[in-house]
Design a protein around this ligand. Structure first.
Ligand code: HEC
Ligand code: HEC
Length: 489
């Protein structure tokens, strides 16, 4: 017998056994990594596209499995306010885009849907109801997005006994043929885990049900952070507030951001917003996420406010300029003493709920939450009034005041008793007469369908339209001139 041959045969067998053993042990790990964690970063070409569709880090921990997200409106259309799938919730969906503005798609093992700043900070308007092409305004205050409706839609789907692999998988495979491995992944892991997670979130957000609805274009911005992320016990506060636009941020002398100026540092406001949207500190800590947030911030610093798109009466506008200088510029003009400053609540007199929602305890807890990271947040604070809000692009900031309780500029110049006690929010059709969105219609016709709008009742807690009575006593022709001038800001 040839010993060399025997030896090499033996060696060959050991080698094969080794390879097989390695594969048997390594393959499941490799598959697990491949199907659950493999990252395929998406490079978004321009900063504006990144703002609209790029990642701010929300896919890693709270990313929603894309294929499940895609089919939910098809399976449960009755849980949406009207036809048009997700757009019935007021999301802006640009023609030819795969995702609505503010929603990202990124593969982390499997394709996941994340949220970004543009979901709430992009608006769109139409010049009339027959105008089929809305104008999108990047950075605008998303006046028609119903963020609470979106959450409640997802919770209602998870609550439905039809949220099962047997029902979801065939629907997914109508649009995307899953591989054998993907099918197992969706059936045994992703569909049940998504359902469980949504039902858990539904519990965590149950405090919303004891408070008035946010309605389109508003959210309670910090109670979710307080109760869900920071673990602060339910305190009965109510913070419903209007979305804010994000243009001309670099021209803010007072350095106070948010309706109550709760943080003076732009970098912290950006990071804090990303945390609130579902990117926890250890994700924020990633260099790629840091770079993305810096990119978004740099883009917002330079973003200009949009110009008023209708005709302006120039002579009347010039008369209005003087009235503005006398009545408004002390708090809103470029050199006003109160400009971009916090005006005490006792002076401005608007609804106090939003202010009371943000407590010193919350400010401290938010700072502590990120302690130890090189980028930690240190500047959250408690203020005692509301920001004399910048009025750049004022025409598109409607409805007005921090709680969005006054539908048009014309109404804001009226005494409180004559401002509308109820109106409809969420329309995208502009009303140049009163300067704001059309607010007297309970529904809007869009994309060939009819969508119900949100009835805003100013007698409900948090919705008061009181206060800010500047200019209300002006004679009516002075008000008309001032209104004309306000269009040009
Ligand atoms: C779910 C909706 C939502 C998302 C998503 C969101 N925001 Fe906001 N944002 C708001 C609301 C509402 C306010 C006003 C809240 C308040 O102060 O009561 C606001 C306020 C702000 C302000 C203060 C503006 C000013 O004029 O003072 C900045 C800056 C900001 N957001 C940046 C961001 C950035 C950056 C992101 C993404 C990382 C983001 N937001 C994501 C809803 C949102
Ligand atoms: C004493 C300071 C002060 C004066 C004077 C003042 N404002 Fe204001 N303004 C504020 C404050 C504070 C807010 C935020 C109040 C809130 O949202 O609760 C505000 C908010 C607004 C808003 C709402 C902005 C938005 O995005 O919703 C408009 C519009 C406005 N002011 C217009 C005017 C006009 C027009 C005048 C003059 C007739 C005027 N203001 C005079 C302090 C002032």
């Amino acid at each position: 017998m040839n010993t060399e041959n025997t030896y090499s045969r033996w060696f060959g067998r050991v080698m094969w056994a080794g390879i097989v053993a390695t594969l048997v042990i390594a393959l499941p790990w490799y598959s697990a990594w491949f199907y659950l964690f493999r990252e395929q970063p998406v490079r978004v070409a321009s900063a504006e596209e990144h703002f609209k569709y790029g990642s701010i880090g929300t896919e890693f921990e709270s990313g929603f499995p894309y294929w499940i997200w895609l089919v939910l409106p098809r399976l449960f259309p009755e849980k949406l306010p009207g036809p048009g799938g997700y757009t019935s919730l007021g999301m802006v969906w640009e023609y030819g885009q795969e995702m609505p503005v503010g929603f990202t798609k990124q593969t982390v093992g499997f394709p996941r849907v994340g949220l970004n700043c543009a979901a709430c900070h992009t608006s769109s308007y139409r010049k009339s109801e027959s105008d089929g092409r809305p104008t999108l305004v990047t950075g605008g205050a998303g006046q028609s997005f119903d963020a609470q409706g979106y959450l409640r839609f997802l919770f209602a789907c998870a609550d439905d006994p039809r949220f099962t692999a047997d029902i979801l998988l065939p629907q997914i495979e109508r649009v995307y043929p899953l591989s054998f491995m993907e099918r197992q992944l969706y059936r045994y892991l992703l569909i049940p885990a998504t359902r469980r997670e949504l039902l858990k979130q539904k519990e965590l957000y149950s405090w919303m049900d004891s408070r008035p609805d946010w309605g389109r274009g508003r959210v309670d911005p910090f109670n979710p952070v307080k109760f869900v992320i920071l673990g602060i016990p339910e305190d009965g506060t109510l913070g419903n507030s209007d979305m804010m636009p994000l243009w001309a941020l670099k021209d803010r002398p007072g350095k106070a951001y948010h309706w109550d100026g709760l943080n003076p540092v732009m970098r912290e406001v950006v990071i804090g917003s990303a945390i609130a949207d579902g990117a926890p500190p250890k994700v924020i800590n990633r260099p790629d996420v840091q770079a993305n947030l810096r990119r978004v911030q740099a883009f917002l610093q330079e973003l200009p406010a949009p110009k008023y798109p209708f005709a302006v009466d120039e002579a009347l506008k010039e008369q209005g300029r003087a009235i503005y200088a006398a009545s408004c510029a002390s708090c809103h003009g470029p050199k006003g003493q109160g400009t971009d400053q916090i005006i005490p609540i006792s002076e401005v007199g608007t609804d106090a709920h939003r202010l009371e929602m943000w407590t010193s305890q919350a400010a401290q807890a938010y700072d502590q939450y990120t302690a130890g990271y090189s980028w930690e947040l240190t500047s959250f604070r408690k203020e005692l009034g509301y920001l004399a809000a910048p009025l750049k692009g004022l025409w598109l900031r409607a409805p007005y005041l921090h709680n969005g309780s006054v539908p048009t500029l014309k109404d804001l110049l009226e005494p409180v008793s004559q401002r509308p006690s109820s109106f409809f929010r969420g329309n995208d059709v502009y009303d140049p007469e009163n300067v704001g969105f059309v607010s007297d219609q309970p529904q809007v016709h869009r994309n060939g369908g009819t969508l119900p709008l949100f009835r805003f009742d100013t007698t409900v807690p948090g919705n008061s339209n009181q206060g800010h009575v500047y200019g209300v006593d002006l004679p009516s022709d002075a008000k008309r001139a001032l209104l004309e001038f306000l269009k040009s800001l």
